[in-house]
Structure formats: structure tokens, C-alpha cells
Design a protein around this ligand. Structure first.
Ligand code: NAD
Length: 418
């Protein structure tokens, strides 16, 4: 991972690239390139040994023109203000791309969760929830999981919010477990949309998914589910990696057994069906039909992009390509399904969870998956329609043209206060 590109600048250049194809004033575009507000806060909690420790945390509310702010909370040592701002902006355009009635937000704490006990993580999470309380709410801002957070953290945030507000409002947060008001299908949703979008892209390009080879970078929630589902669709997963390195078997391997191995040992390395170990760079440049980057942003920079040989990339991760890499891959005719569509399943099923919480009604998994399928296919069709109507080469630009058009339209229809 190069780590050099500033993700906020990447977001802004993506917006600029799409804006030239839209009949939207520069003043409105300028508004759509900056967050409305960013909370920067310091959380002090007691460690198990009695000492105090301080953690910096952020919440960015980027744009609320189409609905309440919506977006995950990340725990990672490399969380930064600019990263949170960028991620919150991507949420705005992601929600607009799939047409769900939300704006965008994002939060993060600078922390390596592996270094802390569960009790310490609970105190950090509840301290953050207390700071967030005035700015979140079921119609205001609805957080969700992101890297290194999951149902456990969402349940703690919900409980802290409800306790302090003296209310029952499960829809204040999504990604909860089922007992706390979560939705069927939420855990699989990001990987599911990543592969639905890939399947649609193969169909659009006239390529056969059956037997197509796939490499997956990052074997966490998004990556491993994508591997499992694309395998079920008939493709062959030949390589996967996590932060410890990568594994490869040209004949393919069982993604579920690889995940079991990772659960047991803490690493994907050493999985018996894949004796060949490869580097993360190998995974990204491997000769496969489909590459799924599912780790962190900036995984592929310009140098690596020159080496990429995949035909299709479905971005499970947020911002895995630097803008320079994106331009190079466009020149190389690689069909890149942008993150704001490919991984939108997570926020889409979060939206379904919120709808169910508000309805006080629980949907079946079949219903959740069917509604998700329809929204992602519709979003892919809108992308292709725009790609062709504007004679664009880059699917990302097409997705932004759709999304920015929708956000700008909501802003212009409503007018602004004051
Ligand atoms: P996760 O923490 O469950 O998994 C991340 C995985 O990436 C882990 O396997 C980790 O070992 C691996 N990883 C980290 N650094 C790596 C590196 N340099 N090379 C290879 N692997 C590396 O996180 P997740 O929820 O799966 O999220 C992954 C990406 O998907 C993030 O960009 C996130 O923003 C995005 N995303 C997730 C969701 C969701 O619902 N989980 C929704 C939308 C987008």
C-alpha cells in the first residue's frame, strides 16, 4: 500500500472529473467537495491497569442534501482527519449512486484494537458514543461498522445512546446483531454487492463468469464473503491475501475453508490447499479475470497499476486506487467497478435495517437479498446508461456523474438556508 495519496484529494479530483460532464454550476460543485462539519474529539479512558489513555477521534458529516448523514466508524492506527473526510464524501456519492435516501458521514478512532482488551474497547466505544450523541440520531446521522468495528461496537453505541437519551431507538445505528435490531443479510451485504456488480460487468462485457479466475486482496468481512459468493457463482478463486501476506493456487481453492483456517490461526498463510505464498503486490498484479481489492485505500498506486493484468476490478474496499492508478487502468481498458457502487451493499442493507427498525418489522433474508439485488442491478444499469450517453471510458466517472447529478438536484430543488 503506497499510503502516499491523500484520500480527500482523491475524492475531490474524482468529483472534478465527473463535474465536466454535468450541467451543474461551479459554485454548487465547490459545495459538494467539502464536508459540512467535522467533529474532532479526544477520548480519555481508564486502561485495565488503572492508567489513563487518550485517543483522538473524528466524525465527518459531509452532506445531508438527500437525507440523514450515514456512514461507518473505523478503528485503525492510520485513521486521520482527511481519511475520515474522504470516506464521508464517498458515502454521499455511494448513497446517491444506489438511490437510497441518505447523505454521507464517517467516523474513526486512531487506535490499534489488537492492543486493547475487550473491556477497554468497550470504554473507548462508549466514550465516543457519548461525544457523538448530540450529532447522531435516527433522522440526523446514523453510524455503522467499518474496518475493525462490527456488531459488538454497534450494540455498545446503541446502548449508550439509548441510555443517555432515555429512549428505545435501534435505528440510530446499523450493523447491529439480530437480537439488538440488526438485519438479516447485513454481514454479507458488502461482499454480495461486490460480486453482483462484477457479475453484471462480466455480462455487459460479454465475458463468462463461469470458470473466471479471481484474486481477492484483504480477507476480512468484505473480502472473504465476496470470495465465497463469487465461488458460488461458478468463478474460481485462485489467490487471496490479508495483512500477513497472500496465498495462491492456480487450480483454485475453497474460500470457506481458507476463512476457517484464518479464524483458527489468525492468518490466511499456511492454508493447506494453497502452499504457494505470494506477496500482496503479486495478488494485485496477478493474471486473473477479476481482481477484488478488499483491504484499505490506496492499495494500487501508479507503479502497481502499470503491472495490473486483471480485466475487471470490483472495488470492495473504499478508494483502493489512487487517481493516477485509475487513469492508467482506464488507458489499459480495465473495467473498474467503482467502490461507490461495488461495495454499496453494506450501506444498502444498513438502509434496510433502518427501515425495519422504523417499521418495527423484521424482513426475511430472502427479502433483504432480493431487494439488494434489485437496487445494485438498477444502479449498474444507470451507470452503463450514463457511460454510453456521455461516451465515457471510465465507469467511476459515470457513477459520479449519476451521483453528483442526484445530490446537486436535491440541493437545487430545496434551495439553501439562510
Ligand atoms: P476487515 O477489517 O474485516 O478486513 C480487512 C482485511 O484487510 C483484513 O483481512 C486485513 O488483514 C486485510 N488487510 C489489511 N491491510 C492489508 C494489506 N496491506 N494487504 C492485504 N490485506 C490487508 O474490514 P472490512 O469490513 O472487510 O473492510 C474492508 C474494506 O471494505 C475497507 O476499505 C472498508 O472501508 C470497505 N467496506 C466495508 C464495508 C463493510 O460493510 N464491512 C462496507 C463498505 C466498504
Amino acid at each position: 500500500m503506497s499510503g502516499e495519496a491523500n484520500p480527500f484529494e482523491s475524492l475531490q479530483s474524482q468529483i472534478d472529473e465527473a463535474a465536466v460532464h454535468l450541467d451543474v454550476g461551479d459554485d454548487v460543485i465547490e459545495r459538494l467537495k467539502h464536508p459540512e462539519r467535522v467533529l474532532e474529539t479526544n477520548l480519555t479512558i481508564e486502561r485495565d491497569d488503572g492508567n489513563l489513555e487518550r485517543f483522538k477521534a473524528f466524525r465527518s458529516q459531509f452532506n445531508g442534501d438527500r437525507g440523514p448523514y450515514k456512514g461507518g466508524i473505523r478503528y485503525h492506527p492510520q485513521v486521520s482527519r482527511d481519511e475520515v473526510k474522504a470516506l464521508s464524501g464517498w458515502m454521499v456519492y455511494k448513497c446517491a449512486t444506489v438511490g437510497i435516501p441518505y447523505g454521507g458521514g464517517k467516523g474513526g478512532i486512531i487506535i490499534d484494537p489488537d492492543e486493547y482488551s475487550e473491556a477497554e474497547l468497550e470504554r473507548v466505544t462508549r466514550a465516543f458514543a457519548k461525544e457523538l450523541r448530540p450529532m447522531i440520531g435516527v433522522d440526523r446521522d446514523i453510524p455503522a461498522p467499518d474496518v475493525n468495528t462490527g456488531q459488538r461496537e454497534m450494540n455498545w453505541i446503541k446502548d449508550t445512546y439509548e441510555t443517555l437519551e432515555n429512549t428505545t431507538e435501534p435505528g440510530v445505528i446499523t450493523g447491529k446483531n439480530i437480537a439488538s435490531g440488526g438485519s438479516e443479510g447485513r454481514v454479507e451485504a458488502t461482499g454480495r454487492s461486490t460480486v453482483i456488480a462484477a457479475r453484471e460487468a462480466f455480462d455487459y462485457l460479454g465475458k463468462d463468469l463461469e470458470g473466471a479466475t479471481v484474486a481477492v486482496q484483504g480477507y476480512g468481512n468484505a473480502g472473504w464473503i465476496a470470495a465465497k459468493l463469487i465461488d458460488e457463482m461458478g468463478a474460481t478463486v485462485v489467490a487471496a491475501s490479508d495483512s500477513s501476506g497472500g496465498i495462491y493456487n492456480p487450480d483454485g481453492f475453497d474460500p470457506v475453508a481458507a476463512k476457517d483456517h484464518k479464524n483458527e490461526t489468525g492468518s490466511i498463510l499456511g492454508y493447506e490447499e494453497c502452499e504457494t505464498e505470494v506477496t500482496n503486490e503479486d495478488i494485485l498484479t496477478m493474471d486473473v479475470d477479476l481482481l477484488i481489492p478488499a483491504a484499505l485505500e490506496n492499495a494500487i498506486d501508479a507503479d502497481l497499476a502499470e503491472e495490473v493484468t486483471a480485466d475487471v476490478i470490483s472495488e470492495a474496499a473504499n478508494g483502493p486506487l489512487t487517481p493516477e492508478a485509475d487513469a492508467i487502468l482506464e488507458d489499459k481498458d480495465v473495467f473498474v467497478i467503482p467502490d461507490i457502487l461495488a461495495n454499496a451493499g453494506g450501506v444498502t442493507v444498513s438502509y434496510f435495517e433502518w427501515v425495519q427498525n422504523r417499521q418495527r418489522f423484521h424482513w426475511t433474508e430472502e427479502r433483504v437479498n432480493a431487494e439488494l439485488e434489485e437496487l445494485i442491478v438498477d444502479a449498474f444499469d444507470a451507470l452503463v446508461e450514463t457511460l454510453e450517453a456521455h461516451d465515457l471510458d471510465n465507469p467511476r466517472t459515470a457513477a459520479y456523474v449519476v451521483a453528483i447529478g442526484r445530490v446537486a438536484n436535491a440541493f437545487e430543488e430545496a434551495g439553501s438556508f439562510p
